[in-house]
Design a protein around this ligand. Structure first.
Ligand SMILES: [Fe+2]
Length: 145
């Protein structure tokens, strides 16, 4: 069994502007509207479906990237003159972190969403063990659904 996040809606004040901007920052391609969504395909699985909303909570989106992509993404954030930071509580200290044996940073877009890029996952070995356990065949007799 393999479960992947296929798509998620990213609420925005201007969906196409936001989709183009994040596609640029992430080094991806924005290919235009699909229905009423402005999707940005991140990889073979995930699509960020930007959509207009009047009111919404700011969300947090975190991406695991290579060192090369990290440098490129951080470079584009810096090139745009955006504030960035080293922790969820310091998203504008203009520093990166070195947690979990990698590098990471955060920045907020004009919608207020917090975008995070890391080169090493937060997932710890014991959590990976849990994931392995969860991947065992499901005992359907135990299901109450
Ligand atoms: Fe995070």
């Amino acid at each position: 069994m393999a479960i992947h996040l296929d798509h998620t809606i990213v609420p925005a004040h201007d969906k196409e502007k936001s989709a183009k901007f994040m596609a640029y920052i992430m080094g991806l391609e924005y290919k235009g509207l699909f229905g009423h969504f402005a999707p940005v395909k991140v990889d073979e699985y995930l699509s960020l479906d930007f959509d207009n909303r009047e009111n919404f909570w700011s969300n947090h989106y975190a991406f695991l990237v290579t060192d090369e992509d990290f440098d490129a993404i951080l470079g584009r954030v810096q090139g745009e003159g955006l504030k960035y930071g080293s922790s969820p509580f310091a998203q504008d200290d203009m520093e990166i972190n070195h947690r979990h044996g990698g590098r990471g940073f955060y920045f907020r877009d004009e919608n207020g969403h917090s975008w995070e890029f890391i080169t090493h996952t937060y997932v710890k070995e014991e959590m990976i063990g849990d994931i392995g356990r969860l991947r065992r065949p499901v005992d359907k007799s135990a299901s109450s659904l």
